[in-house]
Design a protein around this ligand. Sequence first.
Ligand code: OOG
Ligand code: NI
Length: 301
Amino acid sequence: MHFDENKPVDFVLNDLFEHYRKNVADVDKITKALLDRQVVQSQDDIVNDHIAFRTLGVPHLGIQSFEKIFLAFGYTKKDYFHFEGKKLNAYWYAPAIEGYPRIFVSELRVNELSQAAQDIIYKYTAQITSDPVDDLDLNNGPEVAAFLQQPLWGLPTSEEYETLLAESEYAAWVIYNRYYLNHYTISIHELKDGYNTLEEFNAFLESIGVKLNTSGGKIKTSEDGLLRQSSTVSALYDAKFADDKTIQIAGSYVEFAERSVLPQSKDLPKEEIESKHRRDGFETNNADKIFESTYTTQIKG
Ligand code: OOG
Ligand code: NI
């Protein structure tokens, strides 16, 4: 992607990525190994399939508030997904311009949690009585970028965090990590031969010591067989809580997507294949397992 710092969407995507890259060691580790093997010539050669955010489904903080940022950037709201067991909703958003990442935004169905968990979440979020996004100038890239790094609510105690974690790993993740980028996604099918299938790419990742999410198998495959995804498992980070206790918690991870050419375009010569000829969108059963990239069961398993 060519980066134009005067374009709000470019500034925001770039800033999100820079913070994420500094925090998630696997990002640079993977880029460096791809450079060393001359699979790519620079980070810019890596196509970002999508980025993802997590939110709390309470007034002023859920999808309907958060999405205003990307709708203002010209993104189009697409399919709805429901994750019953995990108590989540999600939508994906298509970019206005080809080459920009899709956006995946999920939200916790807070009112389905126990009263104890709801009380903790509302203790920290009830003070927010209007959409924080409404106070932003969405044409101002640096202002939106700063907003996405800024905590909107106070830190819980370690005990509150543990209570949430026991009931919903997603709730615990959001209460601490907030709107920080949850993952970016490398488009595997755009890479050169030897690296452009998930089997090959996962073997490369494991050869450089990257740990993969195994929930539902390392490769998650859509029902039509055309969208295949894998992801790393988050590292653990020292996190300090309001009671001054430090515990190790999950942060962000990296995802890998292989989008196959649609049946109606399968006879196109290779050099004519564009992203519109490939499987678009997301898949509930794949996503359900990818969420677990920040779960204790995957991190400690
Ligand atoms: C998102 C998990 C789902 C996908 O591509 O289906 C996902 C998350 O962990 O917040 O990324
Ligand atoms: Ni994803």
